[in-house]
Design a protein around this ligand. Structure first.
Ligand code: PLP
Length: 404
């Protein structure tokens, strides 16, 4: 039984008003709200435990270290990684992707080597590769998609060459909501002896993701999109790859010994964690995972799929409605335009009705070019959204449409 009223009480912010209207928060793809248990856990750590981790012999430092490492184990179990050595804490998806791009390219890529990405990537899975292209002369190859927003698998197969070194693709598109067939894509990459990096920013918060079942080599995701705090994210990487990759940043925490002649790096996972980690945020993230598992990932997925289908069904009633992203396998994102109403006008006027949506290119400008538009309005759902909120959105869009 999905007790939506009880769930909503865990998020006091959902009870506030904006412009005198009840808040309808439909920008969960950008960031999610935080339940009280996450805020309480972090407050409690700052109030009662706070000390730097891995450094002190004193009681508080050991307690903080225990919480931090317990968070790593929590993440490991959540994504079913083999070992905590495969769980690297980062600031978020973007930093995790940059870490792999930089370190992998340093070790395994040279001029003329190729990375395969898709048309629907977020800028954080495009720009880091372009930085390497400028530095080392590597090439990006792009998997095309059909008009529903689905990857063309035959074209994907054709992109592999003897210069392909890695594939890096979003699990779920933050604009189209498409759930890409990544298990099949990963197995195709492996047939070519090529590793696969998954951008899990929009999948891990919404449904169960098992890295061993998918057999991905790397995966990145952000705490703040899964009801955890900002400033913490995760890079999952198979130990075999991470072992062979050089550190991304140098500093404290990531060394075993340092002299002016030579530095010996720490073992995994610390080799990739230079400097004081946000150990309070990792505890917050672990608490968010407990929260998600308390509700159940399958229940969350069922609830959000229902909301998405209901939203698209109701929005079809609206004259001039155009959807972007109608894949057969789709997650909790609905991108749209109505007639020739500019996305920014629609978003601004919906905001006045208390409805928070995102407008613009959603950090996916190459996708906008493919779609031949400048931007969309995006409603993205979370575990606390309701059918009534979808109704409010639909009435809001109708009202704005009448004004034009
Ligand atoms: N990848 C995807 C698919 C995203 O949706 C986002 C954020 O919107 C990111 C990467 C970047 O995440 P962050 O800003 O948390 O690093």
């Amino acid at each position: 039984m999905y007790d939506i009223n009880k769930i909503r009480q865990d998020f006091p912010i959902l009870g506030r008003e904006v412009y005198g209207k009840p808040l309808v928060y439909l920008d969960n793809g950008a960031t999610t709200q935080k339940p009280l248990c996450v805020l309480d856990a972090m407050r409690d750590e700052y109030l009662n435990v706070n000390a730097n981790v891995h450094r002190g012999v004193h009681y508080l430092s050991q307690q903080a270290t225990d919480l931090h490492e317990a968070a790593r184990e929590k993440v490991r179990a959540f994504i079913n990684a083999k070992s905590t050595n495969e769980v690297i804490f980062t600031r978020g998806t973007t930093e995790a992707l940059n870490l792999v791009v930089s370190s992998f390219a340093d070790e395994f890529m040279g001029e003329g080597d190729e990375v395969i990405v898709s048309t629907m990537e977020h800028h954080s899975n495009i720009v880091p590769w372009q930085l390497q292209a400028a530095k080392k002369g590597i090439c990006l190859k792009v998997i095309p998609m059909n008009d529903k927003g689905e990857i063309l698998m035959d074209e994907y197969r054709k992109l592999f060459s003897e210069r392909t070194r890695i594939v890096s693709v979003a699990h779920v598109s933050n604009v189209l909501g498409t759930i890409n067939p990544v298990k099949e894509m990963i197995s195709i990459a492996h047939e070519h002896g090529v590793p696969f990096m998954l951008d899990g920013a929009q999948s891990v918060p919404h449904f169960k993701v098992d890295v061993q079942d998918l057999d991905c080599d790397f995966m990145a995701f952000s705490g703040h999109k899964m009801y955890g705090p900002t400033g913490v994210g995760v890079l999952y990487g198979k130990e075999d790859w991470l072992d062979r990759m050089p550190p991304y940043q140098g500093g404290g925490e990531m060394i075993e010994s340092v002299s002016f002649e030579k530095t010996v790096f720490e073992k995994l996972p610390f080799k990739f964690e230079a400097g004081t980690p946000d150990y309070v945020a990792t505890h917050g993230l672990a608490t968010a995972i407990d929260y998600l598992q308390g509700i159940g990932m399958d229940e969350i997925q069922r609830h959000e799929t229902d909301l998405t289908e209901y939203a698209m069904k109701r929005m079809r009633e609206i004259e001039g409605m155009r959807f972007f992203g109608e894949a057969d396998h789709k997650d909790a994102v609905v991108s749209f335009l109505v007639g020739d109403i500019h996305h920014l006008d629609m978003g601004t006027l919906l905001d006045r009705l208390g409805i928070a949506v995102r407008t613009g290119h959603h950090c996916a400008e190459p996708l906008m070019i493919r779609l031949g538009i400048q931007g969309t309005v995006r409603a993205s759902f979370g575990l606390y959204n309701t059918r009534e909120e979808v109704d409010t959105l639909v009435e809001g869009i109708k009202r704005v449409s009448r004004m034009f």
